[in-house]
Design a protein around this ligand. Structure first.
Ligand code: PAF
Length: 282
């Protein structure tokens, strides 16, 4: 496995593989790899010949009061995990390599950002879209793999790819969960033991919502209130949002029909956890 710390180094390797007509699978991450990331790599290996994993904690997508400095980092461990997952190259640039100067242009995401995480994290998806566009230009992947745990991020990236005719296939991958249902996330390490136990209620409340929809409930407000009551009764977290939206447009709906996403963000003391399910209503 090669570790490329510069853009030139990475591009030379990728160009060589492209000359050999190899397809490039790309898994962009901010590191501190967990099984969710490994499942993206596994899926990439099924479709693509040559796998590039990027590890870059992108300052542009963190707000001034967010956890950029505190975001967990452990490159040695990541390197070991990537190696055992048979990644071909880790692209591991530092901030100066990615942003040597103040950017003269950034992506400003206009649709699907006034809801879910976009509401409480202004500018976050501009930062995500900007770095992902840069990474796509650097890596020039055939396919790029993203987890549906960040469903809003996936929608924003799919829209950007369509808007700018980027020659990459966005591959959506299911959320990977712990045995008790908690969505895997690098931020789970911030939870205390009690919070870790309570955090399972996020997915439990999503399943409860799916049960209600299965039983015929079509009013989004009834589902929202049920989830809210569940989380308030069973956790010490505070609800950041509970939303039911059309997917992938992320538009508000009066009644539940077609494809919808039910998404939750719950704040514990040191960690804000997100989770969602999508469902097609016939
Ligand atoms: O999902 C993430 O880890 C990040 O938002 C991404 C896509 C790597 C961009 O920094």
């Amino acid at each position: 496995m090669i570790i490329a710390r510069t853009i030139t180094e990475l591009q030379k390797i990728v160009l060589e593989k492209k000359k050999q007509r190899k397809s490039i699978g790309f898994v962009p991450t901010m590191g501190y790899l967990h099984e969710g990331h490994l499942s993206l790599i596994e899926k990439a290996k099924k479709h693509d010949d040559f796998i590039v994993l990027s590890i870059f904690v992108n300052p542009l997508q963190f707000g001034p009061n967010e956890d950029f400095d505190r975001y967990p980092r452990d490159f040695e461990r990541d390197e070991m995990l990537a190696n055992s997952a048979n990644v071909d190259v880790i692209f591991y640039p530092d901030v100066n390599e990615m942003y040597p100067n103040d950017l003269s242009a950034t992506i400003s995401v206009k649709k699907g950002v006034g809801v879910l995480c976009g509401k409480s994290r202004p500018g976050h998806f501009d930062g995500v879209a900007t770095v992902v566009l840069k990474l796509f230009n650097i890596v020039q992947p055939t396919r790029a793999y993203f987890g549906m745990k960040d469903a809003q991020q996936v929608a924003v990236i799919e829209n950007m790819v369509a808007d700018f005719n980027l020659p990459v296939n966005v591959m959506k991958c299911d959320t990977l969960r712990e045995e008790d249902g908690l969505a895997k996330s690098s931020r789970n390490v911030y939870l205390t033991n009690d919070e870790r136990n309570e955090a399972t209620e996020i997915y439990a409340s999503l399943k409860q919502a799916l049960g209600l929809i299965g039983a015929g409930e079509r009013n989004p407000n009834v589902i929202k209130e049920t989830i809210k009551a569940h989380l308030q009764a069973k956790t010490s977290g505070s609800v950041d949002y509970i939303e039911l939206l059309a997917y992938p447009s992320l538009k508000e709906v009066d009644t539940l029909e077609d494809e919808i996403i039910i998404a939750i963000a719950l704040k514990f003391r040191q960690a804000r956890l997100i989770d969602n399910v999508t469902i097609t209503i016939k």
